[in-house]
Design a protein around this ligand. Structure first.
Ligand SMILES: [Zn+2]
Length: 398
């Protein structure tokens, strides 16, 4: 229990005081702070709650007393592939004028588009100069003050310029029960209709909407000032708005299902690991990702159920998962321990990990996904690389 009563919440976008807590994960360690493996804890915990504004419908972090660390993790191939796809689609839509300038609002998770944009003829805008294209890829959600964050991006956009905003859609979070998307440092969770209204409120019109499979549903919106002419694909926007409205992502009933999803998936993971232990099966984890932290904490999975989780990020070596104390190991060590099963916490990495660590399946192990819903994927294809060389994990595959 927290010692302090929760403070009243006001909306990070519209300032309204009325709203409802739609997901309460209780006290959680910061998902971006991985203590040293010999740090005995206890790790500091903080309330983690999602609040839905009754006035504007923006889902947001109710409070965040943590200091962001967000160590840059290994960039999943799925993220890189999606960036290529997104730039190609924006380019086809005529949104990336050759010879134009670009400013990128980066995300602490990496995933810059600048190289891809340079390849289609955009150059970096001079510091302080408005750009023809402003790109924000998972960045805006890190702004504690959403009104200030969006205003800053609008100011960086030249009068006739295009603002590109990419986000993990709340519709996907709700539809797939991805309650562990809620984390400290991520202040806003956008439904497309809500973000479109936010853009309207600052004088922008959403001209294009693109949907990607990444994280179960990633949306890219293009917007520019209402009075400016240029390419438009309004049906692509209408389609997204209608799709998400049907999923109920702006009302407490729809978003409120995340609480049940949290309970269900945490229980399922715990029961699965308990059964594996009783059967004498060695289960290890992969990806000490931020989203694994609330899942393992909610499910109360410590080293007795999950002896280690592997991660390729150098910044996580010698560290452990906060709250539950599961040590983080390098991918080579995971392979060397010959697990019967590897629980993967980032579903988008499944194909990549099967290719990078073929020895897991070659030795008779299997991959299981917990992101956060537990799923056993069909067995992977036979890998040519899965020879008897025992080369170990994490090797580049070219
Ligand atoms: Zn609001």
């Amino acid at each position: 229990m927290s010692a302090a009563e929760p403070q009243p919440v006001t909306c990070r976008w519209c300032g309204a005081p009325d709203g409802e807590v739609v997901l309460d994960l209780g006290d959680q360690p910061a998902a971006d702070h991985f203590p040293a493996v010999d740090d005995p804890g206890p790790d500091p915990v903080h309330p983690l709650r999602m609040w839905l504004c009754a006035a504007c419908g923006l889902a947001q972090l109710a409070e965040d007393p943590t200091t962001p660390e967000e160590p840059r993790g290994a960039e999943p191939e799925a993220l890189v592939a999606q960036a290529r796809d997104a730039v190609a689609r924006a380019h086809s839509a005529g949104l990336l004028p050759a010879g134009g300038t670009v400013t990128e609002f980066g995300s602490p998770h990496g995933g810059t588009w600048l190289e891809l944009l340079a390849a289609v003829g955009l150059t970096g805008a001079a510091p302080g100069e408005p750009a023809d294209v402003v790109v924000d890829c998972f960045g805006l959600m890190h702004a504690a003050d959403q009104a200030a964050g969006l205003a800053e991006r609008a100011a960086a956009t030249a009068p006739g310029g295009t603002l590109l905003l990419q986000f993990h859609s709340l519709a996907a979070i709700v539809a797939d029960g991805q309650w562990n998307a809620l984390r400290h440092g991520h202040f806003a969770y956008y439904a497309t209709p809500v973000l479109a209204r936010m853009l309207e409120a600052i004088g922008f019109e959403v001209t294009h909407g693109f949907l990607f499979d990444l994280y179960g549903g990633t949306v890219l919106l293009a917007a520019r000032r209402r009075e400016v002419d240029g390419p438009r694909d309004i049906p692509s926007v209408t389609h997204l708005l209608e799709r998400e409205a049907a999923l109920g992502v702006t009302d407490t009933g729809g978003v409120g299902t995340l609480g049940k999803a949290a309970q269900r998936s945490a229980e399922a993971l715990r029961e699965h690991l308990v059964a594996a232990r009783e059967a004498g099966r060695l289960v290890l984890g992969y990806a000490a990702a931020s989203r694994a932290v609330p899942l393992l904490n909610r499910a109360q999975v410590g080293p007795e159920l999950l002896p280690a989780v592997a991660d390729a990020a150098p910044g996580k070596r010698g560290r452990r998962v906060p709250g539950v104390g599961v040590p983080i190991i390098v991918p080579d060590e995971l392979v060397a321990r010959r697990p019967d099963e590897v629980v993967l916490f980032v579903a988008d990495m499944l194909a990549e990990m099967r290719r990078r660590l073929p020895d897991v399946e070659a030795a008779g192990g299997r991959w299981v996904v917990a992101d956060p819903t537990l799923a056993v994927p069909a067995a992977g294809p036979v890998h040519e690389a899965a020879g008897p060389d025992g080369g170990g994990g994490g090797r580049p595959t070219g």
